[in-house]
Design a protein around this ligand. Structure first.
Ligand code: KIV
Ligand code: ZN
Length: 386
């Protein structure tokens, strides 16, 4: 049975770029956009054109550059924003306007000093106006995570009638638990008239470390687009991490869901974004962290040397990492030492290995990590005949 496609909406250049102190210049944005297109994302959210002349310019240039993906520009439910976005996107092969408004009672009261009825009117007007410029309109119901489901369903129904093609259900504050977010998507699937005319999209923030889990619950319950960023970057605790959701769907075939992503480009794309933003990837980051395929404890190393699958659920080649690494530390065993010694040119017998291992442990207690160049000294100090 062929798998159902989940569209990947990358917002590294918009929500991701909201990381304090990590602004990208236009050249860097273009380089990242070209790579995202090559990676196979379906939609690139290139920026928020009305926010600054610089953002307008980069959305315009990205629109000209991108060959395959749809290019999207963010707006508020404000006429001027929509006009400016349409102008910035006019050279895009597949332009999308992403417009919306806060729908939770908190946003309605504190941000807009408005009422639910007025919010629906503004949402519908924004979608209709955006539709006068482009066909593909995504509507976001900001703070949908904390919006009452019945009201959210009404908003969705009205914006579909007005022409929205995608409904973004953001958990803007990262508040939802996975089962709650999944239930919200299911509720919309089951209760919004006309829902078959639109794609439901998950846009989850990571304030409680649940962005990936929530997005996956979303697609399990019927959403068919995930909004995410490379390395999960974004404001506060960040957005859903692209590499995580893509590999979860690949590693769990029974979900029967897949994306267009060329996973072999994940590691190099992660490095490129990290380098351009000056933002290191935490070493224990799933999929793309420096330690994601590194083994340092003796028991694990012994297993991985015998068969990689004993302690790895992903083949590192599948995400563009050249190989698993066996890191030598004081927790390493003889198998790991013999393995690395062989790589640097020493085939040790069992007796030789016993002697070398004693010296190795002394080194390892002094150093955090024993490197390949240290192995030569260790062999020399162990005074074995080689
Ligand atoms: O988190 C959010 O609600 C957003 C919207 C503007 C789409 O980023
Ligand atoms: Zn967001």
């Amino acid at each position: 049975m062929s798998k159902e496609q989940v569209y990947i909406f990358d917002t590294t250049l918009r929500d991701g770029e909201q990381v304090p102190g990590c602004k990208l210049d236009t050249k860097q944005k273009l380089e990242i956009a070209a790579r995202l297109d090559e990676l196979g994302v379906d939609i690139i959210e290139a920026g928020f054109p009305v926010s600054s002349p610089g953002d307008f310019h980069s959305v315009e240039l990205i629109s000209k550059l991108v060959k395959n993906a749809s290019v999207c520009g963010l707006t508020r439910a404000v006429k001027k924003d929509i006009e400016v976005a349409a102008e910035a996107l006019k050279h895009a092969k597949r332009p999308r306007i992403h417009t919306g408004i806060g729908t939770s009672d908190s946003h309605i009261k504190h941000k807009f000093n408005s009422t639910r009825e007025e919010i629906i009117e503004r949402a519908v007007a924004a979608v209709k106006y955006a539709k006068s410029f482009v066909e593909d309109i995504e509507f976001y119901a900001e703070d949908a995570g904390r919006t009452d489901n019945e009201f959210l369903a009404r908003v969705c129904e009205e914006v579909i009638k007005a022409g929205a093609t995608v409904l973004n259900i953001p958990d803007t504050t990262g508040y939802c638990l996975p089962h709650e977010y999944g239930a919200k998507i299911k509720y919309l699937k089951e209760n919004v008239t006309g829902i078959d005319k639109a794609v439901l999209s998950c846009h989850c923030h990571n304030d409680l470390g649940l962005a990936t889990a929530n997005s996956i619950e979303g697609v399990i319950n019927g959403a068919r687009q995930i909004e995410c960023t490379i390395n999960g970057i974004g404001e506060r605790a960040g957005n859903t991490s692209l590499e995580e959701v893509v590999m979860i769907m690949r590693q769990h075939p029974y979900l029967n869901l897949d994306t267009n992503i060329n996973s072999k480009l994940l590691y190099s794309t992660s490095q490129m974004v990290s380098h351009n933003m000056g933002m290191i990837v935490q070493p224990n980051k799933a999929i793309v962290g420096a330690n994601a395929f590194a083994h340092s404890s003796g028991i694990h190393q012994d297993g991985v040397i015998k068969n990689r699958e004993t302690y790895e659920i992903i083949d590192p080649h599948d995400v563009g990492v050249t190989e698993s690494s066996i890191v030598l530390t004081a927790r390493s065993g003889r198998a790991a030492l013999a393995y690395r010694a062989k790589i640097v040119g020493y085939e040790l017998t069992k007796l030789q290995l016993d002697d070398v291992y004693k010296v190795f442990l002394e080194y390892a207690d002094r150093k955090k990590e024993v490197l390949d160049e240290d192995i030569h000294d260790i062999i020399k100090d162990s005074k074995i005949n080689i």
